[in-house]
Design a protein. Structure first.
Length: 503
């Protein structure tokens, strides 16, 4: 049976059922060392070269809490409007899996460091939706398994697996929402908007780069359906480690359709973990989902409880940076754009690149124009985020400067950007290599205009007769002759001057 055979339409699903979501977002903190030992967290090292007896779980090793990790957790909690615990502790979450060398994960269970908060998110039409936060707790990441020999890259069908424990023990913050109800048909949009806003907040705090494509931030999507008009939640599924904003939205939509199909056919939804498939936008079954009691949580005996001093918490609160929603409102006013335009900038992931381009000297409207136009188009074509394009805000600002000084027109500027993206160098180098500067020599322009007039006498007569709009045809001829490198406005002026016509 194909994926489409197993689904009902999204519209039909919403006619009968009300979706309930729970989103669990894991954020890798940008600390220099791991959560409970001094091993480096830097990327790109040889497998298993950043390990020690503690993060490998060897007998006799003892953990020590990373103070920066605790501080980052408190900052996140404060930014999410959470209460900060006066006393909390770690627990052991017991389960066996090859990438967990200790056979337990040091985490927090019923005593998290931050709890009972919320995050307001803006939807595409400007509506504000409040997502309630259950808790944000500290824990450690697992190692990385690479499954060899299978068709899917997963353990099923693989001939063997390779384990890299460099990532085991990297500090994580897990942010867990309360059940998200009331979103209705907009549930996929709400999920994407929440993860988008959360990523912006994490980056603003400076505690993580939160790059989803690198696994620094990933979302587990819990979803259930209940018949419309009822209050009891249905059985949930948990789609694990969804690692892009678009995929979060697609995973919610697919699971709504899948759950509805199961329920409509008289079946029972299985409580399980599922994998999201980027190529099809579908999910596939992973394993039966454990309940909390299956993990046999108990207090971590090797770590003392954490009791953040209230004065320190208030110092951290006072030092929080401008948070994303406040910043967007300020930039919207400074740039003179509408709520809808700002939402488009946010959806494109363009706020930071635009701000950095303005800081590099470009006018705000020009910075927005290039990032939201040519560069957004390229990012969509390449299916990457704007920030992943091989061009810097400083280079975009230089393109804006070349246009402003008349060395480039928009057409040539697009070619320069194309060259920078192709790795041909900085904008000035691309201009030199490709010979893209605007033809500004009056003699050369005059000669090109004379040739265009001579080749199009009928058009010239129309212009002399008062049909000034016909000058566009001659401008086009000159632009073609100069390979688009003439200043079109100056060409038009020369045409009218030579034909004795007022502009």
């Amino acid at each position: 049976m194909t994926v489409t055979d197993e689904l009902v339409s999204y519209e039909d699903a919403l006619e009968s059922y009300d979706p309930v979501m729970g989103l669990e977002v894991h954020v890798e903190l940008g600390t220099k060392t791991k959560m409970f030992c001094c091993c480096s967290t830097s990327l790109g090292a040889e497998p298993n070269s950043q390990t020690c007896p503690t993060c490998l779980g060897l007998p006799g090793s003892l953990p020590v809490v990373n103070a920066t990790g605790v501080e980052s957790a408190i900052k996140i909690g404060l930014a999410l409007n959470c209460e900060i615990a006066e006393w909390c502790r770690f627990a052991r979450k017991n389960y066996f899996y090859p990438d967990m060398p200790k056979n337990f994960q040091t985490s927090q269970y019923d005593e998290p460091i931050a709890f009972n908060g919320y995050l307001d998110v803006a939807l595409e039409d400007g509506e504000i939706f409040r997502v309630e936060i259950e808790r944000a707790h500290m824990e450690e990441d697992t190692g990385k398994s690479t499954h060899i020999g299978g068709a899917t890259g997963r353990i099923h069908g693989a001939s063997h697996s390779l384990l890299d424990y460099n990532r085991a023990g990297i500090p994580l913050i897990e942010i867990v929402t309360k059940p998200i109800v009331g979103a209705g048909a907009r549930a996929p949009e709400v999920a994407k908007a929440y993860v988008t806003e959360l990523r912006e907040l994490i980056r603003a705090l400076g505690v993580s780069e939160a790059r989803m494509e690198m696994g620094q931030m990933r979302c587990d999507v819990n979803l259930s359906l209940r018949p419309n008009g009822t209050e009891t939640f249905g059985t949930r599924s948990e789609t694990k480690n969804v690692n892009s904003l678009r995929s979060v939205e697609r995973a919610v939509r697919f699971e709504i359709q899948r759950h509805a199909a199961v329920l409509d056919s008289g079946g029972t939804v299985v409580q399980e973990t599922r994998h999201f498939n980027e190529d099809t936008g579908s999910t596939t079954s992973g394993r039966i989902k454990e309940e909390a009691e299956d993990y046999r949580y108990f207090p971590e005996p090797d770590l003392v409880p954490i009791a953040p001093e209230r004065a320190w918490v208030e110092e951290l609160r006072a030092a929080l940076p401008e948070l994303p929603r406040v910043r967007r409102q300020r930039l919207k006013a400074e740039w003179g754009i509408s709520d809808h335009e700002m939402q488009s900038v946010l959806n494109a992931g363009a706020i930071d690149p635009i701000v950095a381009t303005i800081d590099a000297g470009a006018p705000a409207d020009q910075a927005r124009k290039w990032w939201m136009g040519e560069l957004a188009r390229r990012a969509n074509e390449d299916d990457v985020e704007l920030s992943a394009l091989p061009i810097t805000p400083e280079q975009v600002a230089r393109v804006c400067a070349l246009v402003a000084e008349g060395s480039l027109n928009d057409k040539l500027a697009r070619q320069v950007i194309e060259g920078v993206l192709a790795g041909e160098g900085d904008p000035d180098q691309v201009v030199d290599k490709r010979g893209l500067a605007v033809v500004s020599d009056e003699g050369a322009l005059g000669a090109a205009v004379d040739e265009a007039i001579a080749a199009n006498p009928g058009v010239a007569d129309k212009i002399r007769g008062g049909k000034v709009a016909a000058a566009g045809a001659l401008v086009g001829a000159v632009m073609k002759a100069t390979r688009g490198q003439a200043d079109a406005a100056r060409v038009r002026e020369l045409i009218l001057e030579k034909l004795g016509v007022q502009g």
